[in-house]
Design a protein around this ligand. Structure first.
Ligand SMILES: CC(C)[C@H](C(=O)O)[C@@H](O)C(=O)O
Ligand code: SF4
Length: 425
């Protein structure tokens, strides 16, 4: 589009590229078998080269899912405005950045002008206080919030995540929750920057150094929300009330606690019934029965929601000295080349392989299946990704149950939806 208009990329040094959706996670030898994927790769390589854009290509050591590599390289920093042609750009809000997905024509506009028109958003303060129970993760917090406020509850809003639970969370946990702000309908989500943010960023490749670091921290401190800030809305949750959560339907809002029953239409709010009926038809699970015990065919650990090193560590803790159930296909896809390298240095790959999981190359993989990793037919997956829409994982009739990576590991071992807390104790 820029070429057609005779425009240039205005600030190539403020743009980075990687490749994630289309890469195979088994054989990454070029040319890719998938002709379309190969064409896209070549276009990306050529466009980056012609326009002076850094491209983190496969094998560079820096390739991976965009929402994983930018934070890990220190490219994502507090106070930045970050746009990317991908809805889960909200992830970067974990650093106190305003980060959101944009459409293709807006990508053109940003490349040409480094600016974008945006209507002012309302701010909803989402406070979570207290300590999460063992076996309950940031993913459960995200699913719980979306279940409570609805998948459209956040339309017109940015979500500010705060409270003592967020104060204690690692950057990776904060990223998991911000990643799914978009699934709750919010344009973006953020956590105010604090000492955990600075500790994470310090000494990363693109973080400021020497006296620039002190200046940056002073500025980052100044952009935190004031304690007397006014919000358009305010919602509070108790961390202790959040259970390991699993989706039973076709939207990320259709989640329930692991001990709960798949809700009957009559128990739901009127506005949720239509989509529930559609989900009953599609998912073909038994309404009124526990979600626990639902047989699983495929287990996927990865994605920009839960493909980071801490996610793999938790899943490996569950998988250690156990074995994947018969007839279950289970695989682990690190979110980036750096995550993969780190996991291998810690021996996590071997734990997974010994337990019968496949250990793959980085990419989006079966989160979206724009690559060879796809469900077949009516298969049901336990997935650490963020979307369970109809056909999402590559088969037009495939079914997806969203949960934390530790819960996916538990499902792989038991061959059914299982309460990870029983394996961890
Ligand atoms: C393909 C891409 C544009 C899409 C998105 O915007 O999120 C994808 O990453 C997804 O998760 O559905
Ligand atoms: S991992 Fe999934 S959600 Fe994230 S960018 Fe890739 S396809 Fe989208």
């Amino acid at each position: 589009m820029l070429r057609e208009k005779g425009l240039k990329v205005l600030f190539p040094e403020r743009t980075i590229a990687t490749v994630d959706h289309i890469v195979p996670t088994t054989n990454q030898v070029r040319p890719f078998e998938d002709v379309l994927a190969e064409e896209m790769m070549q276009a990306l390589e050529q466009n980056c080269q012609e326009n002076g854009i850094t491209f983190h290509n496969i094998g560079s050591g820096n390739q991976g899912i965009v929402h994983i590599i930018a934070p890990e390289q220190g490219l994502t920093q507090p106070g930045m405005s970050i746009a990317c042609g991908d809805s889960h750009t909200s992830t970067h809000g974990a650093f106190g950045a305003i980060a959101f997905g944009i459409g293709t024509s807006q990508v053109r506009d940003v490349l040409a002008s480094q600016t974008i028109a945006l209507s002012k958003l309302k701010v909803r303060k989402i406070e979570v206080n207290g300590t999460l129970q063992p076996g309950v993760y940031a993913k459960d917090v995200a699913l719980h919030i979306i279940h409570t406020l609805g998948v459209k509850g956040g339309v017109g809003y940015v979500y500010e995540y705060t409270g003592t639970t967020f104060n204690k969370m690692s950057m990776e946990e904060r990223m998991t929750v911000c990643n799914m702000a978009i699934e709750g309908g919010a344009r973006c989500g953020y956590v105010n920057p604090d000492h955990i943010t600075y500790e994470y960023l310090k000494n990363r490749d693109f973080a400021p150094t020497a006296t620039d670091w002190d200046k940056a921290v002073a500025w980052w401190e100044s952009i935190r929300s004031n304690t007397d800030a006014e919000y358009d809305d305010d919602v509070k949750f108790n961390a202790a009330d959040i259970p390991p959560t699993v989706t039973w339907g076709i939207t990320p809002g259709q989640g329930i606690g692991i001990d709960q029953l798949i809700p009957m239409s009559a128990e739901l709010h009127e506005e949720d019934r239509l989509i529930a009926e559609e989900a009953y038809d599609y998912m073909d699970l038994t309404v009124g029965k526990p979600i626990q015990g639902t047989k699983i065919d495929v287990c996927f650990i990865g994605s920009c929601t839960n493909g980071r090193i801490s996610d793999l560590r938790e899943a490996a803790r569950v998988a250690k000295n156990q074995h994947v159930a018969k007839d279950v296909k289970a695989f682990v896809v690190p979110g980036s080349e750096r995550v993969k390298k780190q996991a291998e240095a810690e021996g996590l790959d071997q734990i997974f392989i010994d337990a019968g999981f496949e250990w793959r190359e980085p990419g989006c993989s079966m989160c979206l299946a724009m690559n060879p990793d796809k469900l077949q037919g009516r298969q049901i997956s336990a997935s650490s990704s963020n979307r369970n829409f109809k056909g999402r994982q590559g088969s037009s009739s495939g079914r997806t149950l969203l949960m934390s990576p530790a819960m996916v590991a538990a499902a792989a071992i038991k061959g059914e939806v299982f309460d990870v807390r029983k394996l961890l104790s």
